[in-house]
Design a protein around this ligand. Structure first.
Ligand SMILES: Cc1ncc(COP(=O)(O)O)c(C=O)c1O
Length: 397
C-alpha cells in the first residue's frame, strides 16, 4: 500500500482540486461584456430576462432576482409575514442563512431532526415541533436532493403553514416530475459560484402567488414603488414615488443577471454532467463498507450540488479530522457541510441546546464533502476515488 501524502508519500493530485468551482465560457463573458457596453449596469433589461428564464425552466409564475441567496431567504420570510412570536421549522444541517432569515424577521427558528439516510428534514419530526405559534416551514433540499416535499406540503396544508423551500442547492432538480421552484409557496435559489449556475453572487425567489410576488418586489427596493395605485397625490409630478414598506436594497446588477441568463442556457448540460459524476462516485463508494452514501428518494430527480461521504468511524482507526486531513494532503479539496446551526455560539447564547437533533449531530461527526463540479473530468473523478480508497484502506480497522 502506498504511503499517505499526510505522512510524506506522493499525493494522488499534483495540483489540488477544489470541492466546487464555476464554469464560465465565451458566451458568459460576452453576455457580461455586452452589459458593460450598454446603458444599464443595474435596473436594466437583463433582470427580467433572467427572471423569465427561471420561470420558463421551473414553470413558476413569478421570479424575483435579488443580490444573493441569503437576501432571497430574508425576502421569502418577509413575504410569508414572519414576525415577532412566530416559529419557523427548519433543518439543523444547512447553511446558517436557512435559519438566520427567520431571526432577521423577529421570528424563532425551530430545528427538527433529519432522516439519517437521506439527510433531509424528517416530516414526522416537523409534525412533532408544530405549536400554535408555528407559521412556516423552511425545507432545505440538502445537497440538491429534494426534501420530502409531498409529505411536507400535506403537513403544511393541514396546519395552515407556509412552505418555503430553500433550494439553494437544487436548481434543476425535480420532485415527482415537477421542477423545484414550482412546488412550495416560495422557493429560494442561490447563484454563488459553487452552485450549479452562478451570477458571481445572486439569488432568486419563485412563487405562483401574485400577492407574494408584489411583496417580494417591494422588499427588494426599500419598499419603494412608482406603481400608479400608490400615487395618492395627483398634484405630484413624474419624479414622485412612495415608500409603502420597510425594505432593503437587495437588487442584483444587470452584469450578474446577464451572467446568470447565460448560465441558465447550460443548466441541462450542467445537470447531466453532475449526474454522471454522482453515478461514478456512487458506483465506487457503494462498494466500500467503511462508507455510507446518501440515500436518494425515488421522487427526487436530483441535480446534485454536493457529494457527501459518511464515514463509518467504528470501522476505521481514525477520526473524521484525520481522514479529512489525509484527503487534503492527497490534493483533494474536501469540506464539511454542515455544522449543525444550533451549535454555533450565537445560537447557544439564544438558548438552543445541544442534543436536540441527535441524528443531525451524529451525521455531522462523520461527514466529508468531496469535489463535484461540471468541468471535472472522468480522470479527476477517478483520482478522487483513488485518493478516498487510499485513505480509507490505510485507516481500515
Ligand atoms: C442551503 C443554503 N441556503 C442559503 C444559502 C445562502 O446563499 P448565498 O450564499 O447566495 O447568500 C446557501 C449558501 O451557500 C446555502 O447553501
Amino acid at each position: 500500500m502506498s504511503e499517505l501524502a499526510l505522512y510524506g508519500g506522493t499525493p494522488v493530485f499534483e495540483k489540488r482540486i477544489g470541492y466546487g468551482r464555476q464554469y464560465i465560457d465565451d458566451a458568459d463573458i460576452q453576455a457580461v461584456v455586452s452589459v458593460l457596453k450598454s446603458d444599464f449596469l443595474t435596473c436594466g433589461p437583463k433582470i427580467e430576462e433572467a427572471e423569465q428564464k427561471l420561470c420558463a425552466i421551473t414553470g413558476a409564475k413569478h421570479a424575483v432576482l435579488v443580490s444573493n441567496g441569503t437576501a432571497a431567504l430574508h425576502a421569502a420570510c418577509y413575504a410569508a409575514g414572519i414576525g415577532e412570536g412566530d416559529e419557523v421549522i427548519t433543518t439543523p444541517i444547512t447553511f446558517a442563512a436557512s435559519a438566520n432569515c427567520v431571526l432577521y424577521c423577529g421570528g424563532t427558528p425551530v430545528f427538527a431532526d433529519l432522516n439519517p439516510e437521506t439527510y433531509n428534514i424528517d416530516p414526522e419530526k416537523i409534525e412533532e415541533k408544530i405549536t400554535e405559534r408555528t407559521k412556516a416551514v423552511i425545507a432545505v433540499d440538502f445537497t440538491g436532493q429534494a426534501a420530502e416535499l409531498g409529505r411536507i406540503r400535506e403537513i403544511c396544508r393541514r396546519h395552515h403553514l407556509i412552505l418555503i423551500e430553500d433550494a439553494a442547492h437544487a436548481l434543476g432538480t425535480k420532485y415527482d416530475g415537477i421542477p423545484v421552484g414550482n412546488i412550495a409557496d416560495l422557493t429560494t435559489f442561490s447563484f454563488h459560484p459553487v452552485k450549479t449556475c452562478t451570477a458571481g453572487e445572486g439569488g432568486a425567489i419563485l412563487t405562483n402567488e401574485d400577492a407574494l410576488y408584489q411583496k417580494l418586489t417591494l422588499f427588494r427596493t426599500h419598499g419603494i414603488t412608482r406603481a400608479p395605485e400608490a400615487m395618492d397625490r395627483p398634484s405630484e409630478g413624474g419624479w414622485y414615488y412612495q415608500q409603502l414598506e420597510l425594505g432593503f436594497n437587495y437588487r442584483m446588477t444587470d452584469l450578474q443577471a446577464a451572467l446568470l441568463a447565460s448560465q441558465l442556457d447550460k443548466l441541462e448540460a450542467f445537470g447531466t454532467r453532475r449526474k454522471e459524476l454522482v453515478k461514478r462516485y456512487d458506483d465506487a463508494f457503494s462498494k466500500m463498507p467503511e462508507l455510507t452514501i446518501q440515500k436518494e428518494i425515488p421522487q427526487s430527480d436530483t441535480v446534485r450540488h454536493l457529494y457527501l461521504l459518511q464515514l463509518k468511524l467504528e470501522m476505521l482507526r481514525c477520526t473524521r479530522r484525520e481522514a479529512f486531513e489525509a484527503l487534503q494532503a492527497e490534493g483533494v479539496g474536501v469540506n464539511v457541510h454542515y455544522i449543525p446551526v444550533y451549535s454555533f455560539p450565537y445560537y447557544q447564547k439564544l438558548g438552543y441546546e445541544m442534543g436536540s437533533c441527535p441524528n443531525a449531530e451524529h451525521l455531522y461527526e462523520r461527514l466529508i464533502s468531496i469535489p463535484l463540479f461540471y468541468s471535472m473530468t472522468d480522470e479527476e473523478a477517478n483520482q478522487v476515488i483513488a485518493a478516498v480508497q487510499k485513505v480509507i484502506h490505510y485507516f481500515k480497522a
